[in-house]
Design a protein. Structure first.
Length: 328
């Protein structure tokens, strides 16, 4: 089979060449998988969902002995790649590893080519990526309470950057506006790194960005971390409080990833994938690779992931309504 340039394939033969043949089972397990699997990543290579897909793909080959292709199908905040999976055969051999934008898109796009809930079988949440609220060292507020007080005393003067409209960093800023009761202007960029020069220079006031994207600058003193958005503090920035600890109880956001199968995929197949991926995410080497990249592995059951997606959709719909964001 011809593998396109954007695809990445793990095969038993290539693992054997790497000395990993011993990790392959003697024969294929049960009826599934019976052929090559494809994990569609609806984003460019290099991000958290791409990393998770490749790590999981390699381990699936070792365990099940079938090739796994990671296919990056980019565009429209994940809609193009996700739609491809929605219309694929419901046999478990084609999966999507979606990001948090999957739950936000219904609030941004009036006519999606699929039903966010009904077109898929949730398989397993793979990971969470904490976000960090950061400002330039010259910014007058030193902590969250001072930041909120500054915003209330200077209505309309605060601005927040994001990696683009419709993503978790954007909606995290909108949620902050709503919960803190302050007025901020959203300034979207085409990727978080393009926003950093304006953030460092003070042309924008603050930003919610992924831990992976800003941890180096925070540790070097180029940016000041005000708080992390997850319920617990994170190991890479142990001295940075959570938003709740810093003075905004109930605030919680993150970017995340998880596997979806097409609607109608047999439940035994969905359960088998979920169980295996959860096992993979708990492996010490996988946990270390993800943690080093600022990604926290999750795992769990299809039912847990389904409930999580529904909760996320409801939360972000409320944020969009409060921000006056209308689907286009």
């Amino acid at each position: 089979m011809m593998i396109r340039r954007r695809d990445f394939a793990f095969t038993p033969a290539c693992l054997a060449a790497l000395g990993l043949a011993g990790a392959l089972p003697a024969r294929a397990q049960a009826a599934f998988p019976s052929k090559q699997m494809t994990i569609v990543v609806p984003a460019s290579p290099g991000g958290a969902i791409d990393l998770a897909a490749r790590l999981i793909g390699q381990k699936l080959v070792e365990q099940w002995g079938q090739p796994v292709v990671v296919d990056n199908k980019t565009g429209a905040t994940g809609i193009i790649g996700t739609d491809f999976v929605a219309k694929s055969a419901p046999d478990g051999h084609t999966l999507a590893l979606v990001a948090s934008s999957h739950a936000i898109n219904p609030s941004m796009v009036k006519k999606l080519p699929f039903d966010t809930l009904k077109s898929f079988e949730p398989v397993v949440q793979t990971h969470v990526v904490p976000l960090v609220l950061v400002v330039a060292p010259s910014f007058p507020a030193k902590n969250l309470k001072e930041l909120i007080a500054y915003g209330k005393a200077n209505p309309g003067k605060l601005s927040f950057a994001s990696s683009g409209s419709g993503g978790a960093p954007h909606f995290s800023g909108e949620l902050f506006k709503s919960m803190a009761g302050i007025d901020m202007i959203h300034i979207p960029y085409k990727g978080s790194t393009l926003a950093h020069p304006d953030l460092l220079s003070g042309r924008v006031s603050l930003m919610f960005d992924t831990l992976a994207a800003i941890s180096t600058q925070v540790k070097a003193g180029g940016l000041r971390a005000i708080a992390v958005t997850t319920p617990k503090r994170i190991a890479m920035l142990p001295d940075v409080p959570t938003m709740a600890e810093a003075g905004l109880p109930g605030y919680e956001t993150s970017t995340w990833g998880g596997l979806l199968a097409p609607a109608g995929t047999p439940r035994p197949v969905v359960n088998k994938i979920a169980t295996e991926v959860t096992r993979i995410l708990a492996l010490p080497d996988i946990k270390q690779r993800l943690t080093d990249a600022g990604v926290e592995p999750v795992g769990g059951t299809p039912e847990q992931f389904a409930a999580f997606i529904a909760k996320e959709m409801g939360k972000w719909a409320q944020v969009a309504k409060a921000a006056g964001i209308q689907p286009e």
